[in-house]
Structures are given as C-alpha cells and as structure tokens.
Design a protein around this ligand. Structure first.
Ligand code: IDP
Ligand code: MG
Length: 132
C-alpha cells in the first residue's frame, strides 16, 4: 500500500481545524497509520523547505515553528496523488472550492496542510518526522 507524509500546519492547529481535515482524509477512505502532535526544530524545516525560493523560505520556516504541527503517515491506493488533490493547489487563488486549501484559506503561506509530492519525497519525509 502506498504511504505519504501529511502535516497539519500551525494555522490548522490554532484555528481548530484538525478534526475537520482529518475527517476529510478518513471519509475519503485513506488510513491514518501514525499520528503525532509535535514541535520540530527549525533545522528540520530548513531541510524540509530547502527547495523553496530565498524570497520566502525564512518566513515559511518562522511560521512552521510558530506552533505545534500534527504529523501523520497516511496509507492508501495512490494516496500521494489523492492527498495532493484533496489539499488543493499551492497558490491560494488556484485552490479550487472543495479542496482543503480552497475551502479554508485565502493565503499562500498559511495554507494549513503539507502532503508529499512523490514516492521518493514521501519516504524521505516520513523518515524526517518519524525518527523512531
Ligand atoms: P506545496 O505545499 O503545495 O507542496 P511548495 O511549493 O512545496 O508547495 O511550497 C511549500 C510551502 O511554502 C507552501 O505550502 C507554502 O506554505 C509556502 N509557499 C510556497 N510558495 C509560496 C509563495 O509564493 N509565497 C509564500 N509562501 C509560499
Ligand atoms: Mg511541497
């Protein structure tokens, strides 16, 4: 079964949206097989967001350490693509209604949820956040 790494960002936790987002994942039929609320160190996010442009990388990392996140391993058939579709596009204006970002946010930085974008990255990210 395919696995992906999903993370609810500090805005989702602060806004009390954990339950609503998890409900969507479970309603879709994907299985949450590990879940942990955590406060990862800055260095973890420096690796996680190394691909971002210099222009906004630091502000994204500042945001990610501003509160707790909820890290999950989610399993299912084609779950990587499935979760990416459910998240909606990165740029908030392009995130369609019906998606998590499309329904609950109107900013690109505070966009509630991370989901791995490939099998290779899912494996790397699961190892990054679930060290044991
Ligand atoms: P993704 O989260 O949809 O996979 P990435 O390109 O991997 O998008 O970017 C990671 C995170 O960096 C985004 O979720 C968002 O929080 C932030 N980000 C990406 N592009 C921008 C931007 O143009 N302005 C501000 N923040 C951005
Ligand atoms: Mg990404």
């Amino acid at each position: 079964m395919e696995k992906t790494f999903v993370m609810l960002k500090p805005d989702a936790v602060k806004r009390g949206l954990i339950g609503k987002i998890i409900m969507r994942i479970e309603d879709k039929g994907f299985k949450i097989t590990s879940m942990q609320m955590m406060n990862p160190e800055r260095s973890i996010f420096e690796n996680h967001y190394a691909h971002l442009s210099d222009e906004f990388r630091d502000s994204v990392i500042d945001f990610m350490i501003s509160g707790s996140v909820v890290a999950m391993i989610v399993e299912g058939d084609n779950v990587i693509e499935g979760i990416r579709k459910m998240m909606g596009k990165t740029k908030w204006q392009d995130a369609m209604p019906g998606t998590i970002r499309g329904d609950f946010t109107n900013t690109t930085t505070f966009n509630l949820i991370h989901g791995s974008d490939s099998k290779d990255n899912a494996e790397i990210e699961i190892k990054r956040f679930f060290t044991k």
